[in-house]
Design a protein around this ligand. Structure first.
Ligand code: 48H
Length: 266
């Protein structure tokens, strides 16, 4: 009969602490830092990591996936159009044809497969970590993120944060566009929008929301890109409900623009 090896509880604890601390120290200097692990952030992280770019993603919640798990009104299915379906197929995620240009996918398969693909491509994800500020230097460029444990934020504990240096930051925090909000409020700089400030999300209109999102995926402030729902919120475009092609393609586009920028500066 097979016997289990002797286990030492403290060795288990030491292994966890040493490996986590090693990885967090390694992440202190990263090429791209992503705030938010919804579909847009995960997709951006996947595309960047696959190109060998050192990328770190911080997610406030226990689980990544953002608004994708719940599909539409907790019916855990998502809809994508042809372009979104191509992205899902590339990731090995199955879709079922509904009619015309509409495809349906299982939200659980989407989140789990995308997350697994991103992590295995080299994306480093820290869950339970909230981005609470940005790092700005004399050149007035966003040059990193300020992070803290989410439970510190939730319990309003007076605990100071830590800092991550990054060449480029992506705000993929969804509807709240939190990182852009921090820049607008604290840095007081003019954003690359029509008004110079956050324009605010508009009411539901799937066609227009999906059409606008690619144009809205851009560098909104030096060193800071915006992707996913945050892009539509910053640039004053509509929400679009549970159609997710735009989120995935926005994350992919942000990654492509950043890859071009990083490669050009090398
Ligand atoms: C760390 C943070 C912070 C922070 C937030 O909401 P998400 O799923 O965002 P997207 O853009 O990838 O996808 C949007 C989509 O889910 C959606 O909401 C759609 C399509 N809505 C349409 C409609 O009509 O409503 O994910 C954002 C993630 C979440 O997991 C947050 O917990 C996380 O970002 N987050 N993480 N630090 N300060 N703020």
């Amino acid at each position: 009969m097979e016997t289990l090896d002797e286990l030492d509880d403290v060795t288990i604890s030491r292994a966890i602490i040493e490996h986590y601390a090693r990885d967090l120290i390694d992440a202190l200097d990263t090429e791209v830092a992503i705030a938010g692990g919804g579909p847009a952030g995960l997709m951006a992280g996947y595309c960047l990591a696959r190109k060998g770019i050192k990328t770190t993603l911080f997610e406030r919640k226990l689980s990544v996936g953002g608004g994708m798990w719940g599909g539409g009104m907790m019916f855990s299915r998502i809809v994508v159009q042809d372009t979104g379906r191509d992205v899902l197929s590339d990731l090995g995620i199955r879709t079922e044809h509904y009619r015309d240009k509409y495809w349906v996918a299982d939200a659980i398969e989407c989140v789990s497969t995308l997350t697994s693909g991103a992590v295995q491509a080299g994306l480093r994800i820290f869950n339970l970590v909230s981005v609470e500020d940005v790092m700005i230097r004399r050149d007035e460029k966003v040059s990193g993120l300020v992070i803290n444990w989410s439970p510190v934020e939730m319990a309003s504990l007076h605990v100071d944060p830590l800092t991550i240096r990054a060449k480029v930051v992506i705000d993929a925090t969804g509807h709240a566009c939190e990182v852009v909000g921090i820049v607008a409020n604290k840095v007081g700089g003019r954003l690359n929008t029509e008004s110079g400030s956050i324009m605010g999300e508009r009411s539901m209109w799937a066609e227009e929301g999906e059409r606008a999102i690619l144009g809205n995926t851009r560098e909104v402030y030096p060193g800071l890109y915006v992707a996913g729902m945050a892009a539509n919120a910053v640039y004053g475009s509509p929400r679009m409900g549970a159609i997710f092609g735009g989120m995935l393609i926005s994350g992919k586009k942000a990654a492509e623009m950043i890859i071009e920028e990083i490669t050009a500066n090398e």
